[in-house]
Write a protein that binds this ligand. Structure first.
Ligand code: ADP
Ligand code: MG
Length: 248
């Protein structure tokens, strides 16, 4: 449980002359979920993309299970990772094919693809949408598809970049709860980026704070915010009342 799965060291990322990231050291432990928080423009998305090997750092190293990433091994390591973005970025095809495509590209056998897609559509409660085309989905449904697509890859590390920020409050709440359950059940290591720290207590107690491209604090929720982490039970119960009223 306490093995390092991903580590960055002496990392710098520049756009032109502008330094966007400067991170001395950061590591992810096998099986943990960490929340990466910070104001808009802090560099969260850039940092996530560097760790997910979608952007190459200007300087410094990213190491996966102790092996430094190079241009030779990057693709193989990249295939151990999955990313969920704020915009679901679905292909213009069915829900089923959206989840299956990544598996096909990775050469997963046909029977296994069917099994895995079926399983993850069930787990995300979208099995009934399998034949629906992506443009006919609500925001919450589309984000469920992109979660199913990511989990179906059975990645070692899952990166989530403000995945629920564009969703309405009740949808966001149920997806936070479901994501929490799925991460616990699968034991997948996860980095959850958000600018909204009220989301953090649903998923984890470990927080890293990024400001102006620098990691300014890492610690438990309470160490960082000086208040106990609290899921918004009060608000949740208000919504439950609303839902049962609406149903009745
Ligand atoms: N494609 C880009 N081209 C130029 N500047 C960018 C680009 N993407 C991000 N930036 C800049 O890099 C900084 C960090 O951005 P970003 O990583 O998106 O922050 P966050 O996700 O925390 O809001 C910001 O100042 C942003 O304007
Ligand atoms: Mg961002």
């Amino acid at each position: 449980m306490n093995d390092t799965i991903l580590e960055v060291h002496d990392l710098q990322f520049k756009r032109g002359n502008r330094e966007i990231l400067n991170i001395e050291r950061f590591s992810l432990q096998e099986g943990e979920t960490i929340a990466l928080i910070g104001p808009n423009g802090a560099g969260k998305s850039t940092f996530l993309q560097v760790m997910a090997l979608l952007l190459k750092p200007t300087r410094g190293t990213v190491a996966f299970r102790g092996v430094p990433v190079t241009s030779r091994n990057a693709l193989a390591i990249r295939r151990r990772m999955a990313v969920v973005f704020q915009e679901p970025l679905l292909l213009n095809t069915t829900v089923y094919d959206n989840v299956a495509t990544g598996l096909k590209l990775r050469g997963v056998p046909r029977e296994e693809i069917k099994k895995r897609v079926g399983r993850w559509l069930e787990l995300l409660d979208i099995a009934h949408l399998a034949g629906r085309r992506s443009h006919q989905l609500s925001g919450g449904e589309a984000q469920r598809v992109s979660l199913a697509r990511a989990f179906a890859l059975e990645p070692d590390v899952l990166f989530l970049d403000e995945p629920f920020s564009a969703l309405d409050f009740p949808t966001r709440l149920s997806l936070l709860n479901e994501l929490d359950r799925l991460l616990k059940e699968t034991g997948i290591t996860a980095v959850f980026v958000t600018h909204d720290f009220s989301e953090v207590p649903y998923l984890t107690d470990r927080v890293a704070v990024l400001k102006n491209g620098r990691l300014v604090k890492t610690g438990t929720f309470e160490e960082i915010f000086k208040v106990k982490p609290r899921r918004e039970n009060y608000i949740t119960s208000l919504y439950r009342v609303f839902e049962s009223d609406a149903a009745g």
